[in-house]
Write a protein that binds this ligand. Structure first.
Ligand SMILES: Cc1cc2nc3c(=O)[nH]c(=O)nc-3n(C[C@H](O)[C@H](O)[C@H](O)COP(=O)(O)OP(=O)(O)OC[C@H]3O[C@@H](n4cnc5c(N)ncnc54)[C@H](O)[C@@H]3O)c2cc1C
Length: 127
């Protein structure tokens, strides 16, 4: 397998996941990168949320990335998609929204804020 075949699936598009995607792309212009998130937004600044909710700052000040940023880097951002399983034997990440989808991958990166996010992933089978 060449590096051109590499398929990465990153779970979570917070600062960790988005930075991981950016770093992968910088190091390999040809790999495929799917960045999966259950949220509807590209990366936003969590720290700014209280001031945004209080009406002190506008939404544009909270958003760090937009959809175009991902497109320009050939990073496929898949929003509103909950990861429910990771099968490292079969090398697929499973999402379950309207219907179950399988995301083939060679590498999976968990980029969710500690166990809070991972509670949705029902089983992790070591490969
Ligand atoms: C109000 C507030 C103020 C903060 N202030 C500070 C501060 O001053 N200093 C500091 O160091 N830190 C601060 N933090 C914490 C900081 O924001 C987090 O440490 C940081 O966001 C963690 O980044 P992350 O990418 O690891 O995870 P997150 O930002 O939590 O991103 C994880 C993403 O993964 C998604 N996800 C999770 N599970 C799944 C799943 N099964 N399928 C699909 N998607 C999934 C989540 O929806 C989320 O979008 C603050 C946080 C908040 C909320």
């Amino acid at each position: 397998m060449t590096t051109h075949d590499r398929r990465y699936v990153i779970i979570g598009n917070g600062i960790a996941g988005t930075t991981a995607a950016d770093t992968l792309r910088k190091n390999d212009p040809n790999c495929s990168i799917h960045l999966l998130t259950n949220e509807p937004y590209p990366l936003y600044n969590r720290v700014s949320l209280p001031r945004f909710l209080q009406g002190v700052i506008v939404e544009q000040k909270v958003m760090i990335r937009d959809f175009a940023w991902h497109e320009q880097r050939n990073i496929t951002l898949v929003t509103e998609t909950m990861v429910t399983d990771v099968n490292t034997d079969e090398r697929v990440v499973v999402t379950d929204d309207d219907h179950v989808r399988l995301w083939p991958m060679e590498e999976v990166l968990f980029r969710t804020n500690c166990v809070m996010g991972l509670r949705y992933v029902s089983s992790i089978r070591p490969g």
